[in-house]
Design a binder for this molecule. Structure first.
Ligand code: SF4
Ligand code: SF4
Length: 217
C-alpha cells in the first residue's frame, strides 16, 4: 500500500481559502488504512471545513480505489449534478489519487495528504518501507530482504566496510545491517550460494521518472 500522512491542517485551509463550495473525495483503501482518507477522516475534515472555515460541503464519498481512473470516473459520474455545483474538490488520497482525479475532472484539487512511500502495515499505525520500486527485483536472491531499500546505501553485493558486529553505521549502529540479515536468513536455509553471484552496477536510467507500463494491444 501507499503510506500517507496528513498535511498540517493550516496548509489545507490555505489551499481552500479561495473556494466556498467543496466536494470531498476520500480513499477507501490505503488512505483508510493510514487514517488519512477513510470515512471517519472525511467526517472530521467536513466538520472542520464547515465549522472553522465556513465552507459548504456539497458532497463527500470514499472511493474504493481513487488511483484507478476507471473507478474514480465511475464514482464521479454518480455525483455529476453535485460536482457541477462545487468550486473545488478536497482530495484525501495519495498523490497518485490526486493526479488520477486531475485526469478525469476539471476542478481545482486540494490535497490533504503527504505521500510517503510504498509500505507494509505491521499493525494499525505502524508502516514500514520495504521496496523502493527499483524495477529490477532481487528479492529471490536475497532471502526476501531488499538491499536497495533496507541498506541505506542500496548496496547489491554484500555489506560495506563500515558494518560492525552486524550493525549499520548509517543508523549509529542502532539498527542491523541489511546484509547481515540477508546472510543470516540465507545461511539458515543453506542458500548462501546466492552470495557468490556478483551483481553488475545497475543502469539507473531505467528508474527515471515518470515510468510507465503499457500493455501492447
Ligand atoms: S529489489 Fe527491492 S526495491 Fe527493487 S523491486 Fe525488489 S523489493 Fe523493490
Ligand atoms: S552497514 Fe550494512 S545496511 Fe548499513 S550501509 Fe553498510 S551494507 Fe548497508
Amino acid at each position: 500500500m501507499l503510506i500517507t500522512t496528513k498535511k498540517p491542517w493550516s496548509e489545507v485551509q490555505e489551499m481552500a481559502a479561495d473556494y466556498q463550495t467543496l466536494g470531498i473525495v476520500g480513499c477507501g483503501d490505503c488512505c483508510a488504512a493510514c487514517q488519512t482518507g477513510g470515512s471517519e477522516q472525511i467526517k472530521e475534515a467536513a466538520a472542520k471545513l464547515t465549522e472553522e472555515s465556513k465552507k459548504e460541503i456539497v458532497f463527500s464519498f470514499t472511493c474504493e480505489a481513487p488511483c484507478d481512473q476507471r473507478i474514480i470516473r465511475r464514482d464521479l459520474r454518480r455525483v455529476s449534478k453535485e460536482l457541477s455545483q462545487v468550486d473545488a474538490l478536497v482530495v484525501m488520497t495519495c498523490g497518485i489519487g490526486v493526479q488520477s482525479l486531475a485526469h478525469v475532472v476539471d476542478k481545482p484539487l486540494i490535497p490533504t495528504n503527504n505521500t510517503q512511500f510504498p509500505g507494509s502495515a505491521a499493525r494499525l499505525g505502524a508502516f514500514y518501507e520495504y521496496c523502493s520500486t527499483c524495477g529490477d527485483c532481487v528479492l529471490g536472491e536475497t532471502a526476501a530482504i531488499c538491499p536497495v531499500t533496507m541498506c541505506p546505501k542500496g548496496l547489491l553485493n554484500g555489506p560495506c566496510e563500515e558494518v560492525a558486529e552486524g550493525m549499520c553505521d548509517v543508523f549509529g549502529y542502532q539498527k542491523p545491517c541489511a546484509w547481515t540479515d540477508i546472510y543470516a536468513r540465507l545461511k539458515a536455509r543453506n542458500s548462501t550460494d546466492y552470495l557468490q553471484k556478483v551483481r553488475p552496477a545497475r543502469d539507473w536510467s531505467s528508474r527515471m521518472s515518470p515510468r510507465q507500463v503499457v500493455w501492447a494491444r
